[in-house]
Design a protein around this ligand. Sequence first.
Ligand code: UD1
Ligand code: CA
Length: 455
Amino acid sequence: MGLNIIILAAGEGRRMRSRRPKVLADLAGQSLIGHVLDRAREFAPERIRVVVGHGADAVRAALPDTVEAVYQPQQRGTGDAVAHALEGLAADDLVLVLYGDVPLVQTATLAALADAAAHADCALLTVALGDPRGYGRIVRGETGGIERIVEDHDASAEERAIREINTGLLAMRAGPLAQHVAALDRDNAQGEYYLTDVIGRVRASGGRVDGVQPDFAWEVQGVNSRAQLAALERAWQRHLAERLLGDGATLRDPERIDVRGNLTADPDAMIDVGCVFEGVVHLGEGVEIGPHCVIRDSVIAAGTRVHAHSVIESGDIGRDCEIGPFARMRPGVRLAEGAKLGNFVETKNADIGPGSKVNHLAYVGDSDVGRGVNIGAGSITCNYDGRNKNRTIIEDGAFIGSDCQLVAPVRVGAGAWIGAGSTITQDAPAGQLTVSRTRQKSIPGWKHPADREGE
Ligand code: UD1
Ligand code: CA
């Protein structure tokens, strides 16, 4: 009675004009088959089997260990592909057939399909299209039940007028599926073993076929060309944008946001145009993201403002911080409440305390910065000695003047002041002024070289 999921992915995808197998093409930051596998895994099935053929090695290499690859040496049709993947399944196992190039089918739709198969002999995912050209058509009988599928190539003019099409996704028990698939012939316009002929066979043996429809038409759109890939990417982005709007976020333009992963936002978050979100990102209440920011795998707490053109990677950002414009947070930075990173500031692997400010043209890496610290313009931590990364510790209330170099490992004590232009190679004591630059001098009687002629 277990659930088994078969994903067809042996086709060539010639129309993509790519060296890479089609199912490895990227949609919203993930491969087409990666999307399908994510959905499949949500059902915790007994087995996931991917039928590979064209570019088999590359597709296999992209599959996680828990997924079985089944090799179909010749692409003799969808019926043949499924036949290769049924070995070892129990007769009453439920089989869900998915396509590796139909990436955006949603969990609720698959659940409805599996559910329908529990009450019928076969459940088919169908959809009505304005332009059904190219697809298999669903032929229904007088009482409205599904009778068979006719492929576009084999359809009569009358059948071609049917707008309800076969998405290709179906669910049924392994026993009857294996039996019908074994009996298929290739007596059709394309000379292929059509999985779709199983439907007529189920009906001929007195079985019932139920149709299930997806909530959204884009869920069942396949990718055969780059134009279709681009159109599907836009449809998906539009959907994600609408979800964010529904959650109470403001999008300055829902057409100009790209989410390549999972972005969630609390009410009154605002995202300006041209931003890209990657991986898992959460924006707290009232967070504002300025135009053209790139934010990956980060959590940004309520009230924080990220200004234009900032890039944030694996950041853990507290409330009411201010970042950018043109700030770059590399992985591993924690900003505590009310901290500020200004323009052309780069940070990496650093802990920056509450209310601390790094306002201009600075680099803070491998550092622990306390609360209320001020790091002046152009100051940097020298964290790398050519062999090791070393840590800089700047305690609460310290003030680092402009254009300082803090050569790690080094500690600046609480409330210490570092004079502008200092190179700090030894610990600076708390509460004292430390300066390391040479004393300023002026040379009286100095002459410009041009005025020295003939002297
Ligand atoms: C198939 C359906 C059609 C449906 C359409 C939806 C059949 C006979 N027809 O047609 O009713 O409307 O999908 O998109 O099933 N594949 C293999 N091995 C093969 C052949 C195909 O793995 O030998 C895989 C392909 O990689 C692809 C999927 O099966 O992921 C569908 O194959 P494709 O050739 O695109 O089928 P269509 O002719 O479009
Ligand atoms: Ca297709």
